[in-house]
Design a protein around this ligand. Structure first.
Ligand code: ZN
Length: 289
């Protein structure tokens, strides 16, 4: 599932390849991914210039301006398997391509593809976009150490669930939560409110470092995620714990273990991340926030 580094990689790619261009042609192949009626979507988008590209957490928004009206925003959520690429219009369509947005000046188009169709595109006003973004916690790349520490106070659940909750911190998903907890030597069931200030600041730093490094490597590709040019990311080679159950810890050689927290697999090293005395209980499967 795309997390902050993957969505940021797409945002950077779009800034390079699509920013400043106008949308000259809209083709909706599968209206199920639109939260806006297809006819309105096509009519509203055509002829608009892409004037901004912003991201908060895993939400991406393209600002679209037209000389005779207020700017609109195309909000994109990649869901589980969504991909945004900029391709030559002549290139054969890949399976599960749902929307094509032709760009002026070159035979290029933005393609939205999504095998599992949990991703969504929605046309909205600034106020509507802001209302969605306001429900998200601070972006994980931007949050200050002090604010991170403060947000953890009084939290009694498992730190892993807390990191995944987009209302507290936007952008961190399963992969980077596991990697950051390992880097900070914190057990996934530790309770945020019980951790020392020093541990929380260490975790804050680990999150920043892991995300920054993943952005540099264009994200992690397991199944479907690709960058704007259709290339996979390469952070998966750097993963220390995620997907490494049974393999030796790169620090201490103990076998990496897996347990379920908030319905998601958590990978950790039992020696480097010892379970604290006051810990949360592993929970039963539940939909992640
Ligand atoms: Zn270890």
């Amino acid at each position: 599932m795309p997390e902050l580094p993957e969505v940021e990689t797409v945002a950077r790619g779009l800034r390079e390849r699509a920013l400043g261009r106008s949308i000259t042609r809209v083709e909706v192949l599968h209206p199920g991914v639109l939260l806006t009626p297809p006819a309105v979507f096509e009519e509203q988008i055509c002829g608009r210039r892409i004037c901004s590209i912003e991201r908060k957490g895993k939400v991406l928004a393209l600002g679209l301006e037209r000389r005779d009206g207020d700017p609109l925003f195309l909000m994109l959520r990649l869901g589980m398997t969504g991909q945004v690429t900029v391709r030559d219009r002549a290139e054969p369509l890949e399976a599960h391509t749902h929307v094509r947005l032709g760009l002026d000046g070159a035979d290029k188009e933005i393609r939205f593809r999504d095998a599992r169709r949990f991703g969504r595109l929605r046309l909205c006003t600034r106020a509507e976009l802001d209302a969605v973004l306001a429900k998200l916690g601070p972006d994980a790349e931007q949050i200050a150490p002090e604010a991170f520490w403060r947000a953890a106070q009084g939290r009694r659940g498992a730190i892993k669930s807390w990191l995944l909750n987009q209302r507290w911190l936007a952008g961190v998903g399963n992969i980077y939560a596991d990697e950051a907890l390992y880097a900070a030597r914190i057990h996934p069931l530790a309770r945020p409110g019980r951790l020392s200030r020093q541990s929380l600041l260490r975790l804050h730093q680990a999150i920043q470092k892991v995300l920054r490094h993943a952005v540099e490597l264009q994200g992690t590709s397991f199944r479907d995620y690709l960058d704007i040019e259709g290339q996979p990311g390469s952070y998966q080679r750097r993963l220390e714990v995620y997907g490494r159950e049974g393999k030796p810890c790169r620090r201490c050689h103990r076998a990496i273990r897996r347990l379920t927290v908030a319905g998601r697999s958590s990978h950790y090293c039992p020696r480097c991340q010892p379970r604290p005395r006051h810990h949360a209980q592993p929970t039963q499967p539940r939909r992640a926030a």
